[in-house]
Design a protein around this ligand. Structure first.
Ligand code: ZN
Length: 207
């Protein structure tokens, strides 16, 4: 269970970012079925609600909303719940928002594909994925965030379902392996798209 810096558990909803923004779910719609910490059912049959609404919280989500769009800074309203059984505070976010990361899963998958498969430079990846108003316009040769993602992939802290290309693989080879696997997991309707776009859509479905 991923926990953010304040120790709360983060849960991905089945609702994706776009739908969540258009129509933010109510406290009832976003309520998890059970507490991921102690396992208590949130609405036991015939009993009182155990996962109580605990307010809302603005979460930033960075990156393009579609592979052909410029990167943006979005704000989504995450919902918080408190477990009356164990006291845990849970944060429910849209699908495609990763607990500890400000970039969307889709943006990270896209970046790894651009770097690992399309062989774009780090500066080019940054231009396609990093919101300009966050990064500023200073020209930078590398992009530390991109290398951090590739290292996290290598250490199985990001997209850990992807196949491991072996201990001798370079960071870029690892980025390529994970991007290929994300692209393969994208919806079949994306088959005609370039592989980096399929990696975007596959990553949006990855937890
Ligand atoms: Zn609990």
């Amino acid at each position: 269970m991923p926990r953010n810096r304040s120790g709360r558990s983060v849960i991905q909803s089945a609702i994706d970012i776009k739908r969540w923004q258009q129509q933010p779910p109510t406290v009832v719609e976003a309520r998890p079925a059970r507490c991921p910490v102690c396992g208590a059912a949130s609405c036991p049959l015939g009993g009182a609600i155990r996962l109580q609404g605990h307010g809302r919280r603005e979460r930033q989500v960075w990156g393009p909303t579609s592979p052909d769009q410029p990167p943006e800074v979005l704000s989504v309203t995450a919902r918080r719940y408190r477990c009356l059984d164990c006291g845990a505070v849970l944060l429910v976010v849209p699908r495609g928002v990763l607990g500890l990361r400000v970039y969307s899963a889709a943006a990270i998958g896209f970046a790894l594909a651009l770097w690992g498969l399309v062989l774009a430079t780090a500066a080019e990846v940054r231009r396609r994925v990093g919101p300009a108003k966050i990064l500023g316009d200073s020209a930078v040769a590398g992009w530390a965030t991109l290398r951090r993602w590739a290292r996290d992939v290598a250490q199985r802290r990001l997209f850990s379902d992807a196949p491991d290309p072996g201990p001798s693989a370079s960071l870029r080879k690892r980025a390529a392996a994970v991007a290929t696997s994300l692209a393969a997991s994208a919806d079949p309707t994306t088959r005609a798209l370039p592989i980096e776009q399929r990696a975007f859509f596959g990553a949006a479905r990855a937890a």
